[in-house]
Ligand binder design. Sequence first.
Ligand code: PCA
Length: 324
Amino acid sequence: MPSLRKMALAAAAASLLGAAPAQAETWNMPTPYAEADFHTINVRQFAKDVEEATKGELKIVVHSAGSLVKHPEIKNAIRSNQVPAGEFFLSLLTNENPVFGVDSLPFLATDYDQAWKLWQASRPVVEKLLEKQRIKVLYAVAWPPQGFYSKFDVATPGDLKGLKLRAYNPLQQKLAVELGMVPTQVEVPDIPQAFATGQVAAMMTSPSTGVSSKAWDFVKYYYDVQAWLPKNVVAVNVNAFNALPKASQDAVLKAAAAAEKRGWDLSKAETATKTKLLVDNGMTVQKPSAELKAAFEAAGKVIIADWTKQGGADAQAILDAYRK
Ligand code: PCA
C-alpha cells in the first residue's frame, strides 16, 4: 500500500475517532495606518493574543498602511470575504449611511467619556447596519480629539476663507465648505505629498496623525480645537467568523474586548504626549481664538442639523440614547 494512502486512511480513522487535529487557519488582515501608529500597535497585540489563545490554530497576519488593500477598499474587501478581517475608519462610510459618521459630528462628543458614551449609544445601530453586509464588528477605538493644522496663522474665521483643507470623510468636507474652505479627500500616507505639492494647506486631525506624518515639515500652526473623536473599527466577515471552531471564535471575541479597552487607554495616554511632540518639533501649538472657536461651533450646528435630517430614525435614536 502506498504510504500516502496509508496516511490518509490513518487520518480518516483518527477523524472518525474525533482525534483529528483542528485545521490551523491563517487570516490576512489589512489595516490603513502605519506600523508606529497606536491603532496598528493595538491590532498587532490583538493578533498575538488570538494566536496565543488558540495555540496557533488561528493566525492573523496584519498588513499595515494599506499595503495589502487600500484604505477606501478595506470595508468592501471584508464584505466580499476577499479578506476575512480588517480595520477601517468608520466615518469613511458616511455616504453609505449618515449613521456611520456620528462620531465625526463637530462638538457632539469632545472628550473620551463623551466619545465612549456615544459609541455605546451608536454601537447597536452600527452593528445592525454592518451585519446586513455580512460584517461583524469586533471593536472600535477612538482617535485623540481632532485639531486644526495650518500653514498660515488662523486668528479669525476670515483667515479660513479659500484655505485648501485635506479632508478624510464627507462630514469634514461639508464642514470645510461651511467655513469657506476648499476640501480635498486625502488618505494619511499621502498627506506629506499633498502639502508638498500645494494641493492642501491645512488639515483637521489628531496629534497622533500630526506626529506620524511629521506635520512640522509642512505646517507651522496647530490649534487644539478638540472638535470630535472619530473611530477606527476592526471587523470580520461573518462567514469567515462562523467557519471558525467555537473555541477560536471565543478567543477572537475575548481578544477583541481586551483590544477595545487597551486601545482607548492608549489613545487617551498619547493625546498629551503627541501634542507635546508637536511643540518639541517647533510648531506653534495654541487654543483657537474665541472667535475662531465660535465659527467652528456655528458650522458644526449646521452639520449636525443636516445629519439628523438625513439620518432619519436611526440617527435620532442614537442622539436620544446619547443624550439620555
Ligand atoms: N487620523 C486619521 C483619522 C483621524 C485621525 O486622527 C486621519 O487623519 O485620516
